[in-house]
Ligand binder design. Structure first.
Ligand code: SF4
Length: 324
């Protein structure tokens, strides 16, 4: 049976970059394919953190995912550390993964270059990712383009393990590219990221969103109201493509190219489109905030279901590897 696995860092409340780049797609997929959505707290501890903060952010991510539309009755939402088999399988995969392949991973080189002392966990991060996916024998992984290299490593690890211990045991997971292209932050410079302070929170109140949207960077060539613009190079246009109906997107492009309206007019229309999608999400979040046990109970049930499969996989793995 087809099955997807996706992980998300416990970064607290979702922002619209996470939502458009991954979560909205998962909400759709939960109706089509058996889905495991994991809040990856073991991954989060590969960089310095504060324990109380991690716990709070993990809970908030669970709440955000449910508010965004993931339904615990349709998919399995759980926290990674509640299923310790993830780390057991990661250790096993560490024993068959060449060091050179890990050192070549672009994300490792990028993160390591920004740290004085690099923990081994940061290097082995993609091995844990492989374990996350293969523990559930997931054959499909929804990914953004920047994750394709890690997924290729997961496929390689599955091939190596299968060659030694059991042909066909682990599937080679296939990438399913997320339809929405990468959304830049409101600075128009870099990927939307909390650490860069260029995000819009998924649950932010409308007036706060407008405060951020109003000064957001647009086509730099549109200096004056009468200057025509180029929508394709404007992040606001790409946000329209994510939130506005197709007819509105066409209208935006025409109005931009002909200087038919100014950027504030354009942003007001985007604000309306965003509100139409985000209002039900905020409503669901408010209901969950009033009943926090619904989130913890959903995460408990998700961990229990994930554990059943994880334990079975590990029993088979140990048996095939001579680990008694
Ligand atoms: S009119 Fe809209 S799409 Fe064109 S530059 Fe301004 S904000 Fe961007």
């Amino acid at each position: 049976m087809p099955r997807i696995f996706s992980g998300i860092q416990p970064s607290g409340e979702l922002h619209i970059g996470n939502y458009l780049g991954a979560v909205r797609n998962w909400v759709q997929l939960q109706h089509e394919i058996e889905s495991f959505i994991c809040i990856v707290d073991y991954h989060a501890i590969t960089i310095p953190y504060e324990p109380g903060e991690l716990r709070r952010r993990t809970y908030e991510m669970g709440l955000s995912l449910m508010a965004a539309g993931l339904d615990p009755a349709k998919c399995t939402i759980f926290v990674q550390s509640r299923v310790p088999e993830h780390t057991e399988l990661a250790w096993i995969f560490n024993t068959i993964t060449p060091l050179g392949e890990l050192e070549r991973q672009t994300q490792f080189k990028d993160k390591a270059s920004r740290q004085e002392s690099v923990a081994a966990g940061l290097l082995n991060y993609p091995v844990l990712q492989a374990a996350d996916i293969l523990l559930y024998k997931a054959d499909t992984v929804p990914v953004g383009e920047d994750q394709v290299q890690h997924l290729e490593l997961s496929r390689e690890i599955a091939r190596r393990w299968n060659a030694r211990f059991g042909e066909g045991f682990f599937p080679e997971p296939q990438a399913r590219l997320t339809p929405t292209r990468r959304i830049l932050g409101l600075d128009g410079q870099a990927k939307m990221s909390k650490s860069l302070g260029n995000t819009v929170g998924l649950l932010e109140p409308p007036d706060e969103i407008w405060k951020k949207l109003r000064p957001a960077v647009t086509d730099p060539a549109r200096v004056r109201r009468e200057d025509p613009g180029t929508p394709e190079i404007c992040n606001i246009y790409h946000l329209h493509k994510a939130f506005s109906p197709a007819t509105t997107v066409e209208h935006v492009a025409v109005q931009c190219r002909t200087a038919g309206w100014g950027c504030i007019d354009c942003k007001k229309v985007l604000f309306e489109s965003m509100n139409a999608e985000l209002t039900p999400i905020r409503t669901r979040a408010a209901a969950l905030i009033s009943h926090p046990a619904r989130v913890t109970e959903a995460l408990d049930a998700g961990a229990a279901h994930a554990s059943l499969i994880a334990k079975q996989t590990m029993a088979d793995v140990r048996q095939r590897m001579g680990l008694t």
